[in-house]
Ligand binder design. Structure first.
Ligand code: HEM
Length: 490
């Protein structure tokens, strides 16, 4: 190994054994990673408890390794607790490379082909309108309404399930809960068993092995939830076909029914990510009213005021699309994406990267590479438009212009669907609402805090912390909302 005696990419000096562990803050650690990337370059090494971790901090190096050398960099690190115990090796996002990963991704691609994605637009459009109606009734609870929107889109399209209110729905709360548990169990060192994998073989009645009971309960809760949701999809199929109900027909996706249930379960963990982009969009609109006004002018010109926007308008709404892209670039939901791992020794830019290295693409830093995104701290939708105000790079639909959804063979297979759901949400909001700043006691506008620290950190998707705003219906919208039927309770 390493016959040329090459060095690892440079990085900060650390302590013996602990490495750089104590330098990493418990919150917003991507900001510290970003500092190191600026100091040591876009490929740098840190060390955690004797393990080397490589950080990638520019779009070019991430594409070089994850896209162009995807044969080497598509594995995941081993997560005993989350992936092996909780998800029983059936979570496509954390499973190691190999047959299961290949088959599961193929199944998802089959299920999410363009025809299926366009069949989801009516669900996304309907739920965007329910969101507007809810906001018109209780604007102060807009965060809850966004949460409901994202759950309704995922459960509607994946299972044909109609979410009622968030609290009374039989699945909505449970999928958020399951996602939160899974995300927190991925955090490095959250469970000792990830550091000491042999712990999993200790019987749970031995004192100190209480985590095993907890793990067994969580794993079982997930299995029950996924099975119930799959059954619901089967029952709903005639009324509302869905990703899962299609997969149940003659084993169309080439996976067993249990595997399909776990694929659905993995996808059911995504409303949180949609919620983050959707609420980030609203925050940006409140913070930059001039951007909001410009998009409203575009929407009024193209869509008019006599109907809601629909997905087919997208091609004629480049500025609106650019706002969605800029929101994704500006405050990425998963600032460090999901770690990849290498399966072969490699040499890159004169450095050695040993087999089994964890490699993290810092989306936060990638989205702040000034060569690609000049003036990266500013919110500028125009960066995604050409001189004529047209969307850049639309001829290749895969090129979003940002890297919110990762890279290579692990690229988010739900990226297009997520992008459509968020776009429809944004277009509906711009068409129907004036998203205004809240007023203080003296009637002065409160400029919302958009500092990186005003977003949550931790295992889950990074969200804006709760913020205040005034959501007012634009003229003439109220009469359109009258005809929107609210989903009935079960
Ligand atoms: C705004 C919403 C979303 C964001 C920001 C997001 C982001 C990501 C990211 C960063 C990754 C890891 C990529 C990498 O390792 O390089 C990922 C993986 C994944 N995403 Fe998404 N995602 C979103 C929504 C969705 C949706 C709606 C679905 C399904 C319909 C989905 C399904 C998946 C799956 C299955 C994986 C695992 C892929 C693998 O490991 O092979 N995601 N996502």
């Amino acid at each position: 190994r390493n016959p040329k005696r090459l060095l690892l990419p440079p990085g900060p000096k650390g302590l013996p054994i602990l490495g750089n562990l104590l330098d990493i803050p418990s919150d917003h650690y991507w900001l510290k990673f970003d500092e190191w990337i600026r100091q040591y370059g876009p490929v740098c090494t840190i060390s955690l408890m004797g393990k080397k971790v490589i950080l990638l901090g520019s779009p070019n190096v991430a594409a070089d390794l994850f896209d162009r050398r995807s044969a080497i960099y598509s594995d995941r690190p081993r997560w005993v607790f989350a992936s092996e115990i909780l998800a029983r090796n059936m979570h496509v996002g954390t499973v190691r490379v190999g047959d299961t990963h290949r088959r599961f991704r193929k199944a998802i691609h089959t299920g999410l082909q363009p025809k299926a994605l366009s069949s989801y637009h009516p669900v996304e459009e309907k739920e965007s309108r329910v969101f507007l109606k809810q906001v018109s009734q209780s604007p102060e609870k807009f965060r809850d309404h966004v949460k409901r929107y994202t759950a309704a889109v995922i459960l509607g399209t994946m299972y044909g399930h109609q979410v009622t209110t968030f609290d009374s729905d039989r699945f909505a709360k449970r999928v958020f809960n399951s996602a939160a548990i899974f995300a927190s169990s991925l955090a490095p060192g959250a469970f000792l068993v990830d550091v000491l994998p042999w712990l999993q073989y200790i019987p749970s009645w031995i004192p100190g092995a209480g985590w095993k009971k907890k793990a067994a309960k969580w794993a079982d809760d997930d299995r029950v939830l996924y099975t119930e949701m799959t059954e619901a999809a089967r029952e709903n199929a005639a009324k509302q076909p869905s990703f899962i109900s299609e997969g149940l027909v003659e084993n169309q996706y080439g996976v067993t029914e249990e595997e399909l249930a776990y694929i659905g379960g993995t996808i059911s963990q995504t409303p949180d990510t949609l919620m983050s982009v959707s609420s980030g969009f609203m925050l940006a609109m409140v913070r930059w009213p001039e951007v909001q006004r410009k998009a409203q002018e575009e929407i009024d010109r193209v869509v008019g005021r006599s109907r809601f926007p629909v997905f087919a308008d997208r091609a004629n709404l480049p500025y609106t699309t650019a706002i969605v892209k800029e929101t994704c670039r500006w405050r990425p939901v998963a600032p460090l994406s999901v770690p990849h791992a290498s399966t072969k020794d490699d040499e890159y830019m004169g450095y050695f990267i040993p087999k089994g290295t964890t490699v993290i693409s810092s989306i936060w830093s990638i989205h702040r590479d000034p060569e690609v995104y000049p003036d990266p701290e500013s919110f500028k939708p125009e960066r995604f438009l050409d001189e004529d105000g047209k969307e850049k790079g639309t001829e290749e639909s895969k090129v979003l212009g940002h890297h919110l959804y990762g890279f290579g063979r692990r690229l988010c297979p739900g990226a297009t669907m997520a992008d459509h759901a968020v776009w429809l949400f944004a277009a509906h909001n711009l068409w129907a609402l004036n998203m205004k700043r809240a007023l203080d006691d003296n009637g002065k506008e409160i400029i919302p805090n958009v500092d990186p620290l005003s977003f949550t950190s931790g295992g889950e998707a990074s969200h804006p912390l709760p913020f205040k705003c005034r959501l007012e219906l634009r003229p003439g919208v109220e009469e359109f909302l009258e005809s929107i039927e609210m989903p009935e309770s079960e």
